[in-house]
Design a protein around this ligand. Structure first.
Ligand code: SF4
Length: 610
């Protein structure tokens, strides 16, 4: 394999994506493992190497005395062509072993538009796409990541799927695999793995032909519902303090430490906010220790404290103050992604990293207070004004704003409200920033996609035409100069919407689209709506049915995949949304009975006084 790979590298763009041997990657020659994992990110190297989840699993598995993990990413189209021409199977970066030779192939499900990449990677590896077609010599293909909570459109491609936190489940699977009682038998292993909390075995469930929109029914021996695995204490979770340093430029090229998992702000459109509950914070001591360890092991000059909403970390003030002092001496900067729209967050960002010349990004999501109450985005007009004023006062002259169109109950005044917020930001800039260069304002607009496991899972998605109309309304309301409007491609949002609330009947369409050439659909330059239209027709897919509103009383295709948040809570939240009533964050107020916490598990906040 080594020589065959070397021969190809001279004929492809960015060969560094395929050479392996990066600093902190394992040396396969030094590893004596009896269980071997290949961990796959179904997108290009520069996207995949930035992913924290796979980096954690890489560390966890490689710390096990009897196991090893190697990495593989989706090859770019030129590499794919070379591999197909030379019959070179897809291989891991560490030992250049073909994927078919591993015991497990773990694939992360981050985003709907990577689904054809999964088929492509399996195909390039010579592994049958359909789990039912695999035999004793094929690896067990495992899915995980946020979209595991509605894996149904791709479920037939996986032998098993991990719901929730994977760090402990992967070790349980390893032990089961090494258990002589499974006797190396695939079927026995799969049956027994369904006893592990958080493991879903799609072949143990079958669609009801009379009611294909209902969740698949369990065969004998498989549970009715599969509960998401939740690690109760983040301090018990290993931190990858020796992350692999990518050769090619990565989308996020910096050290990262996860400061907490989960978010209970309760934005009603947000799937991560529902499926990662409850909040579990890492202790400040552990955060400090990990930051310094990672910097020593990598030489990075920037550390990012990540989570779903980093300024919500209850020890953020003390941690950033102490880190700013120690990192300042090492000329290392700190960043906080996912800023909340309020003055506190912006002041904090100003403190940890000067926003001058870098700008700030805020996501008010909706243009009026009414609609922000509907979606439970706790941002007031005052918060917005305070945040942009604080940023401009600190010298910022670039502002990026994120909004969505097509949210439930949206009216024309909500669209015009976006333009008014833009106007207001410009006025504040003039007040604060007289004499400086003009404000650079980027407005990014997405089409609202109803996601499973959220209070809006029953709502319809805008048609492509309606989305274009609303974009046009917004464009006309915006100032003619000084604002750059960009919006998500409506065709790819439509496809994402179909898969987000899809079921198993979509799997053949993914295979068909791949056969017709669909690849790297998340990349605008590669996405071809024509190919998907043909695949939809060939497979008689009722797209309108997937994108329309769902009956509140009927079962949903993902009802058997239990995030821990109850259907009653989601229905109640939907009713409150329509009544324009907000629900407070349970970290600060009383429990809103979402169903996740129990006597052994609850919000774990390191500084309860905040
Ligand atoms: S059960 Fe209550 S306290 Fe726990 S996450 Fe849900 S709303 Fe918050």
């Amino acid at each position: 394999m080594w020589n065959r790979v070397e021969e190809v590298l001279g004929d492809v763009r960015r060969p560094s994506r395929y050479v392996g041997g990066e600093v902190n990657s394992i040396d396969p020659g030094q590893v004596d493992a009896d269980v071997r994992f290949a961990l796959a990110y179904p997108d290009l190297y520069e996207v995949g190497t930035s992913h924290l989840g796979l980096s954690i699993l890489y560390a966890v598995i490689n710390a096990h005395p009897h196991a090893s993990a190697e990495r593989v990413y989706m090859p770019d189209l030129d590499m794919e062509q070379q591999m197909r021409e030379r019959a070179l199977p897809l291989f891991t970066l560490e030992s250049r072993t073909p994927l078919g030779d591993f015991d497990f192939l773990g694939i992360t499900l981050q985003y709907e538009l990577t689904y054809t990449n999964i088929i492509n990677m399996l195909d390039l590896a010579g592994i049958p796409a359909w789990a039912d077609d695999r035999g004793a010599d094929d690896p067990l293909v495992i899915g995980g990541g946020p979209n595991a909570l509605n894996v149904e459109p791709v479920a037939p491609f996986f032998d098993l799927v991990v719901l929730g936190d994977g760090e402990e489940v992967v070790l349980d699977l390893l032990e089961l695999y090494r258990d002589p009682r499974t006797g190396g038998d695939r079927k026995t292993f799969l049956e027994r793995s369904s006893d592990i909390e958080g493991v879903y075995v799609p072949s143990g469930y079958t669609l009801d032909p009379e009611d294909p929109q209902a969740p698949p029914r369990p065969l004998e021996g498989f549970p009715e519902r599969v509960r998401r695995r939740i690690v109760p204490h983040l301090d018990d979770v290993p931190v990858p303090t020796r992350p692999v340093l990518p050769f090619a430029e990565a989308v996020h090229d910096r050290a990262v430490v996860e400061v907490f998992r989960g978010c209970t702000r309760g934005c009603r459109f947000c799937m991560p906010g529902m499926i990662y509950r409850p909040v579990r914070e890492r202790s400040p001591e552990r955060v400090h220790g990990c930051v310094h360890e990672i910097l020593a092991n990598t030489g990075y000059e920037e550390i990012s404290l990540v989570s779903l909403s980093s300024s919500d970390y209850s020890a953020i003030e003390s941690v950033t103050t102490a880190l700013a002092e120690s990192l300042g001496r090492q000329h290392t900067s700190m960043s906080l992604p996912s800023l909340r729209v309020d003055r506190f967050s912006v002041d904090l960002a100003n403190r940890v990293r000067a926003v001058r010349n870098t700008g700030i990004t805020l996501a008010p999501e909706a243009g009026t207070q009414r609609l922000r109450d509907v979606i439970n985005k706790g941002v007031t007009d005052e918060d917005f004004g305070d945040a942009v004023r604080a940023a401009f006062s600190a010298g910022c002259d670039q502002l990026k704003l994120y909004f969505m169109l097509g949210l439930p109950t949206e009216r024309e005044e909500d669209i015009l409200g976006i333009a008014e917020m833009v106007e207001r930001a410009r006025r504040i800039y003039v007040e604060v920033g007289v004499g400086r260069r003009p404000l650079k304002l980027n407005l990014s607009v997405a089409c609202f996609i109803p996601k499973p496991h959220t209070p809006f899972q029953w709502e319809p998605q805008l048609s492509i035409e309606a989305f274009r109309d609303r974009i046009s309304t917004l464009r006309h309301a915006l100032p003619r100069r000084g604002v750059r409007l960009s919006y998500h491609d409506p065709d790819s949002s439509r496809l994402e919407g179909i898969f987000a609330r899809g079921d198993r009947r979509l799997a053949p369409m993914i295979v068909e689209a791949h056969r017709r050439g669909a690849r790297l659909d998340g990349w605008t330059e590669h996405f071809d709506p024509g190919v998907w239209e043909e695949a939809e027709k060939a497979c008689s897919v009722d797209a309108a049915g997937y994108l329309g509103s769902r009956d509140l009383a009927s079962p949903l295709p993902w009802d058997h995949l239990d995030s821990g948040v109850s259907r009653e809570f989601l229905l109640e939240e939907r009713a409150r949304a329509l009544a324009e009533v907000r629900t407070p964050d349970c970290r600060m107020g009383s429990c809103s009975a979402c169903g996740v916490c129990d006597p052994t598990l609850g919000n774990e906040v390191v500084n309860p006084d905040v």
